[in-house]
Ligand binder design. Structure first.
Ligand code: ZN
Length: 194
């Protein structure tokens, strides 16, 4: 490093390579590359994250709530902060294969997920739904899961369109604690006011 003026920590940030500094900031998202390349995707039923997650402690598996037939977990690759997945414990790919009880609990837990997210984060709207099959966009097609994506006015910007990047203002572990605490509180009393 020469004796040119600069902030004291500039030297530490310098790295040999092609190109030079410019006016643009960089948001590095290597976790997206892992997703794009398919790393961590199950290769068979034994390697299914939705079968594995319920066996982990809540904090480690990002589990928000557990029912008898269905559980609720944070999406590791969220479209938005608070993006939840409602998932049957049973490894089932096709929605018509669910039992009546599983269907009912999937529906009621989806309702409760909406209530809790509204209560905690004041969501203005939601995208709810399932991608059935890889061609329909299911990332983990072998084990069905219902997306609950909270939406706020103005929550989309140029980043997903231009940069294929989502900007998420809250870490997953913090989101999980907020939602899990609110879920527990709502179960103890009347449903939270909306
Ligand atoms: Zn599974």
């Amino acid at each position: 490093m020469s004796e040119q003026p600069g902030r004291p920590d500039d030297a530490a940030r310098e790295q040999d390579g092609v190109g030079g500094p410019d006016a643009f900031g960089r948001l590095w998202t290597p976790h997206r590359m892992a997703y794009i390349k398919g790393e961590g995707k199950p290769v068979g039923d034994d390697d299914c994250p939705f079968c594995r997650v319920p066996r982990l402690p809540d904090a480690e598996g990002l589990v928000v709530a557990r029912g008898e037939a269905v559980f609720c977990v944070l999406n590791l690759y969220p479209y938005n902060s608070g993006h939840l997945l409602v998932v049957p414990y049973r490894h089932v790919a096709d929605y018509p294969e669910l039992t009546v009880a599983e269907c009912a609990q999937l529906a009621s837990m989806t309702q409760q997920a909406m209530r809790v997210i509204r209560w905690v984060a004041g969501a203005h709207g939601f995208n709810i739904g399932m991608n059935q099959g890889t061609v329909a966009g299911a990332g983990i097609a072998g084990h069905l899961h219902q997306h609950v994506v909270p939406r706020w006015g103005g929550d989309t910007n140029f980043m997903p369109v231009v940069g294929n990047t989502k900007v998420l203002p809250e870490l997953l572990a913090e989101t999980r604690v907020l939602l899990a605490d609110a879920w527990t509180a709502s179960a103890r009393s009347d449903p939270p006011a909306q």
